[in-house]
Design a protein around this ligand. Structure first.
Ligand code: KG4
Ligand code: ZN
Length: 340
């Protein structure tokens, strides 16, 4: 089975061709970072317009470069949600139109299931059951997954998502967008003993997160310094990163203990964070035996993960509904289980 994957939920146009036998045939990514950089964050209208510009030429390019004829495509998977409505509608419209023209099904994929499925492109994909930590620009969630496609929410952020907190702290520190990698880079120069920031909601039981207070604490620390220099900012970046990462790791340990599962799957843009990976590696063997991450390149948004999630949901391929649907908000717990 060969699936064309289309990702347009935010600021990256991702197009990929994935074959169930041969694996990933090709993937193309166009990042809009330069477009949004001047605004310090994603401008939704600009994002939609750019997806419209890029999508079809990229699809044409991937078909040509892999010598693929439209007759070889069995399905088109696209991100149905969650994400920016205008950006989602671009991918949905193109996917549904091509599907109608080519006589194949168009499969609406959940973006976060895509992030999780990116682990299929590793040498040892995770085995069920597992706890999923989903950490991106829009999500911070812990899910229990005991069978493919079924997700039980264990906890989530009551305010900012982890990636969003990184992005906002980056802005405070005068760094570029997206902020996560920039904060992580600056934190490498920071002194970890200078400031200790709070680990929010770790004193109370439960698996929810809150990053808004940590963000304010970061801002207050910065404002309390007179004319902060580069090394002050690096120390703050380090204190913030340590606090965010520790908090996430503590909750992951708890989720594993609560479920009794011993596999943790970490996905979404923040899973690229080196300090998060190092801290999770220190969870005790009693708590976690396997930790799976996508390859670094596939931690952030891409078309390959959408194609693979489309393959996972093969049971829904019979549907030839041509209505164009996008779901900016879409709880993952609403997804039906898939029988493999
Ligand atoms: O999954 P993703 O590419 O897009 C969404 O679905 O949101 O995640 C993007 C988020 C951004 O907030 C970005 O700052 C964060 O992931 N991110 C990181 C790192 N790389 C990306 N955060 C911390 N450390 C990183 N190395
Ligand atoms: Zn994402």
């Amino acid at each position: 089975m060969r699936v064309l994957g289309i990702e347009t939920s935010c600021d990256e146009t991702g197009i990929a061709l994935y074959d169930s036998e041969l694996g990933l045939l090709a993937d193309l990514l166009y990042s809009q970072i330069d477009l949004h950089q001047a605004y310090g964050g994603v401008v939704p209208e600009l994002a939609s317009r750019d997806h419209i510009r890029r999508c079809l030429p990229m699809i044409d390019q991937i078909m040509t470069q892999t010598n693929t004829d439209k007759a070889q495509i069995d399905a088109i998977a696209y991100t149905e949600g969650p994400g920016l409505i205008g950006a989602l509608l671009v991918g949905a419209s193109i996917a549904k139109s091509l599907a109608l023209a080519w006589g194949v099904p168009a499969i609406g994929v959940h973006h976060m299931e895509g992030h999780l499925q990116a682990t299929q492109m590793t040498s040892a994909p995770p085995e069920y059951p597992f706890v999923a930590l989903l950490v991106s620009g829009g999500h911070t969630q812990l899910m229990a997954c005991d069978e493919p496609g079924r997700y039980e929410l264990l906890g989530e952020s009551v305010d900012d998502a982890a990636g969003e907190a990184f992005d906002k702290v980056a802005k405070m520190l005068g760094l570029g967008y997206p902020g996560g990698p920039e904060v992580a880079k600056l934190a490498l120069e920071g002194d970890p003993s200078r400031f200790t920031f709070p680990r929010p909601m770790t004193q109370k039981p439960g698996l929810n997160f809150s990053f808004s207070g940590l963000k304010t604490h970061t801002m207050n620390t910065l404002n309390a310094l007179e004319d902060p220099n580069h090394s002050d900012r690096a120390d703050i970046a380090r204190a913030f990163e340590d606090a965010a990462v520790d908090t996430i790791a503590i909750k992951c340990g708890r989720a594993l203990e609560q479920t009794g599962f011993t596999t943790l799957v970490v996905a979404g843009g923040v899973s690229a964070n080196t300090r998060l990976r190092a801290t999770l590696a220190k969870l005790s063997a009693r708590q976690v035996i396997n930790i799976n991450y996508p390859e670094l390149k596939y931690c952030t948004d891409n078309g390959a993960m959408i194609a693979i999630a489309g393959l996972l949901r093969q049971a829904q391929w019979q549907s030839h509904d041509h209505t164009i649907v996008a779901r900016p908000r879409w709880p993952m717990t609403e997804l039906p289980a898939v029988s493999l």
